[in-house]
Design a binder for this molecule. Structure first.
Ligand code: SAH
Length: 402
């Protein structure tokens, strides 16, 4: 292989973050429970304008119409909030004392409270954030050689009810605000020893059900005056809601990952109720029509569940199903957890499944597992908050995955 080819391949890898098998290990999957919004005394409503989460255009609008200043003050605020991670107007030394005093009176830059931060011995950090109403969500920071990936949540809980997913067990509570979505990034960056290079929307919740906030915040994350991430470094994982998927394709260029997890309609419906609404066949058709900027591929996520969908015949069906879709497959051996009966397949079955896909020329990677010692892998987050884990009689606790 020539040097030029080497470079191309390197470059492609770099531009398709979801090609990294380690990426999804940190998928929050999970069920932080959840606290109760009523468990705190109601604070008096704070009339100050929340700046965290605003786009540059919104901050410029705020500067002119609320602050009564020139619009460049908005750009200054944008830099302070997202690039320098300031939450105190007094730090904003390129603004006069008078402007800062005005800001103090009418605006605020909120922080998420760090309820817990767990450090894995492989460098992974799992954050449990407490929101202003006492609810909790998680993010996971994943250091790799060439990347620093942050997995973020988009909702408190999830309404999709996938049978294998621990988050689903706690139900849905509410969408995250724009400030809470970007707040995860800004605050996790404070813990990172390098710049966060990649964001994956693979934590709690279904991002396409919080579509406006997700699209707007990921646009803001791409602004060079702020976090400055390329759309190639941001990946949204969805269960595959077809109308919202089409809207995402029209409005955003970020990478798409789709949780398929079955190779037939019946197999998918058995573990994912959404398949009764948006059938796998329609989903595949929508993926074939999905607008992909040059060179991008859709990532198909496929959880491997022992005895459920891990047979090589499933692999043959999956490979045929994906014909005509510009896709690569990310196999996710199930992360065992105390809240479901599902089990990760044996390694030889995982390999056999992968080999079948590859024999069709399907680009396939299998997720590595990191962060297990702090329960940061898929479906492990927040498990410690769940009240009553199901007990598995006569079965030794396996700690390899959770
Ligand atoms: N709602 C979105 C994103 C959240 S979950 C979606 O459905 O894609 C991100 C990924 O982790 C999904 O593919 C999900 O199916 C997977 N996941 C959930 N629990 C898991 C577990 N215990 N082990 C492995 N993967 C899991």
């Amino acid at each position: 292989m020539s040097t030029a080819d080497d470079l191309l391949e390197e470059d492609e890898l770099d531009e398709t973050p979801e090609a990294d098998p380690a990426l999804h290990d940190y998928v929050a999957g999970a069920l932080v429970q959840l606290g109760s919004p009523t468990s705190r005394p109601a604070a008096a409503p704070d009339p100050r304008v929340e700046l965290m989460g605003m786009s540059q255009a919104e901050l410029e609008e705020f500067a002119v119409h609320t602050l009564g200043e020139k619009s460049f003050r908005g750009k200054q605020l944008f830099k302070w909030i997202y690039q320098k991670r300031a939450d105190d107007f007094d730090a904003m030394t390129d603004m006069s004392k008078a402007v800062r005093a005005k800001l103090h009176g009418i605006a605020k830059i909120s922080r998420l409270a760090v309820a817990e931060a767990h450090h894995s011995n492989d460098g992974t950090i799992k954050f449990l954030w407490e929101l202003h109403d006492g609810l909790k969500v998680e993010s996971v920071l994943i250091p790799e050689v060439k990347r620093m990936t942050l997995c973020i949540s988009s909702q408190v809980g999830c309404a999709m009810g996938c049978d294998f997913c621990v988050t689903a067990k706690g139900g849905f509570t509410r969408n995250l605000t724009k400030g809470e979505i970007l707040g995860q990034v800004v605050q996790a960056q404070g813990y990172a020893d390098r710049r966060i290079t990649n964001i994956v929307l693979m934590g709690m919740g279904e991002p396409l059900l919080n579509l406006d906030n997700v699209i707007e915040t990921m646009d803001t994350a791409q602004n060079q005056s702020g976090l400055g991430l390329s759309h190639r470094k941001i990946t949204l994982s969805t269960i595959g809601l077809i109308p919202q998927l089409e809207e995402l394709g029209r409005r955003s260029r970020i990478n798409l990952a789709v949780s398929l997890h079955g190779s037939t309609s019946a197999a998918r419906s058995a573990i994912m109720p959404i398949n009764d609404k948006y059938d796998i066949g329609e989903l595949i058709a929508a993926l074939k029509a999905y607008p992909l900027p040059n060179r991008k591929m859709i990532t198909i996520e496929y959880i491997l569940l022992r005895g459920i969908n891990d047979d090589v015949r499933d692999a043959h069906r999956l490979a045929r199903l994906l014909r005509g879709v510009r896709a690569k497959v990310n196999l996710i051996p199930y992360n065992n957890n105390p809240f479901t009966e599902y089990q990760r397949p044996a390694d030889r079955d995982i390999l056999a499944y992968q080999e079948v896909l590859m024999s069709y020329g399907v680009h396939t990677v299998t997720r590595l597992n990191r962060g297990n010692d702090i329960a940061a892998a898929c479906g492990q987050l927040g498990g410690y908050k769940q009240q009553r884990p199901r007990t598995r009689a006569a079965e030794p606790e396996t700690q390899d995955e959770g």
